[in-house]
Write a protein that binds this ligand. Structure first.
Ligand code: MG
Length: 497
């Protein structure tokens, strides 16, 4: 086996990095435990420990000896693996050095208070209560952009923070074309549901749904217990603790089973990415998925391209019927429609494949306004409602269905929403390419033969971890950048033809 890290300075860097890796390892384990396991009162000490650990990892990362070593290494001849190590570390160090510790402390204090205020404001449908806090968050995020630095627009700094290299000049044309194409599809749609699908109202026993999820993870070959775990949490997520310890969560609402099923499949997509990173990147800065957008392309690929396909539903139909008895009242066609109903709606997380991205377009436009144009937070609900009507022809009746629906802004996450669209658009681009490379893709799904699909994803995306930037990865594996037309074609084929 070839050595992949050869340069002596890089070897030194990696030796030192093992300590940073270990702190991060502890952080993600604590993060996981905080979200799925901790007793209510334990949160107080936990947040102190989490805060201290993040300062420790910042200290280690920005120590002058380490920074100097990286500077020196970057001037030498390096192979692609080594260049990847330097690129990731330089970026991490730049971010860590830009944000002063006092600012981070203040930021996280306000964010955790604001989430609590948001929860209550949402419950009581009271935007006035949330407004002053949202103002503070917006001020903090504008300041964050100033600290991080940017060429033209402050919002670019926030975009880059979540997706390396992403700028408004990439997103403006992408969202423009997407909006135009999606509006056209929505108009031509054959089956546009007016009411909710009857299966959405069917209740299920949680134990039965657990069985279904486990059977599906088994079909996909998720290495449960060996390298992975599944737990329950309100908002499903994936935590990669190490290359051999990747955990996912799902949730069970007891009604409308596709929500639990598709969440499980979505998180499986995230987990598979982490599980298939080159094992020799273990303990290094490149041993993880490269960005939120690329990560989301993996989860969406499994959730939508595979999970909502006719072939997949055909494959799991017997499992569903056996465990969810109410399905005996419905035909295969009913069940397929249930997974693929298109209906303009107000809530982003409940949206279908066609209307989902309108929700992101709205948030993108608003985030640009509050960060770049400095419009007042007071104006947001009005613009939100008008734009919603403009985009999807539906208008919120209250704040819960409008501006108060998402947790993101209350937790200081501005600039992240666009990565959801990147992922969705890319997932269709992956389908275009996999159809060329993997013979009988659709038939393989029916035959529960996922090995060549997983292998293809490994070779094109997963194995590289973070060694290439998101844009370079796409260029290297597919010879192109992100393209909207594949996604629009996919939707047209599925929903119009
Ligand atoms: Mg996701």
């Amino acid at each position: 086996m070839d050595k992949i890290f050869v340069n002596p300075k890089i070897k030194n860097i990696l030796k030192y990095y093992k300590r940073i890796w270990s702190v991060k390892h502890a952080q993600s384990l604590l993060g996981w435990d905080t979200k799925v396991n901790i007793p209510v009162l334990g949160i107080k000490e936990r947040s102190v420990a989490e805060g201290e650990l993040s300062f420790l990892s910042r200290e280690l990362l920005t120590s002058s000896r380490f920074v100097e070593l990286i500077e020196k290494a970057s001037k030498e001849y390096l192979n692609d693996y080594e260049k990847g190590v330097v690129r990731v570390l330089k970026r991490d160090i730049k971010i860590a050095k830009s944000l002063p510790p006092r600012f981070i402390r203040e930021k996280s204090r306000i964010e955790s208070r604001c989430v609590k205020i948001w929860e209550e404001a949402k419950r009581k449908d009271n935007f006035l209560k949330f407004k002053p806090w949202l103002k503070r968050i917006v001020e903090i995020e504008r300041k964050t952009a100033e600290y991080l630095g940017y060429d033209r627009y402050p919002y670019d700094a926030l975009l880059d923070f979540y997706e390396e290299g992403l700028r408004m000049k990439d997103l403006d044309p992408l969202f423009r074309d997407l909006k135009k194409g999606l509006k056209r599809i929505l108009l031509k749609l054959e089956k546009r549901a007016l009411e909710i699908h009857p299966i959405e109202k069917e209740k299920y026993e949680i134990e039965n749904m657990k069985k279904v999820n486990l059977l599906i993870l088994k079909i996909f070959g998720f290495p449960l217990e060996k390298r992975g775990k599944i737990h329950i949490s309100e908002h499903p997520f994936t935590e990669s603790i190490s290359i051999n310890d990747v955990r996912i969560t799902t949730n069970y609402e007891g009604i409308d089973f596709k929500r639990s099923l598709l969440s499980t499949i979505h998180e499986f997509g995230h987990a598979l990415y982490e599980l298939q990173v080159n094992k020799r990147f273990d303990f290094t800065p490149i041993g993880k998925g490269v960005s939120s957008g690329i990560h989301e392309s993996q989860s969406r690929f499994w959730e939508n391209i595979i999970g909502r396909s006719k072939e997949f539903i055909q494959l799991i139909h017997p499992i569903l019927k056996q465990n969810l008895k109410f399905l005996s009242n419905y035909s295969f066609g009913d069940i397929f429609d249930y997974f693929n109903t298109v209906k303009p709606s107000l809530i982003r997380t409940e949206a279908d494949e066609v209307t989902y991205n309108f929700h992101i377009i709205l948030r993108y436009e608003l985030e640009k306004l509050i960060i770049n144009e400095k419009i007042d937070v007071d104006e947001l609900p009005k613009i939100w409602n008008e734009e919603m009507e403009n985009l999807l022809g539906v208008k919120p009746n209250n704040y819960k269905e409008g501006i108060l629906q998402d947790i993101h802004w209350s937790s200081g996450i501005i600039g992240y929403f666009p990565t959801y669209t990147l992922g969705t658009v890319l997932s269709a681009q992956l389908k275009k390419h996999i159809l060329r490379d993997v013979r009988d893709f659709n038939q393989k799904i029916i035959n529960r033969d996922f090995s060549s699909i997983k292998e293809w994803l490994r070779e094109k995306i997963h194995k590289f971890g973070s060694m290439y930037s998101p844009k370079d990865l796409l260029k290297k594996s597919f010879g192109e950048t992100i393209r909207v037309e594949y996604f629009l074609d996919y939707l047209k084929q599925k929903y119009i033809k």
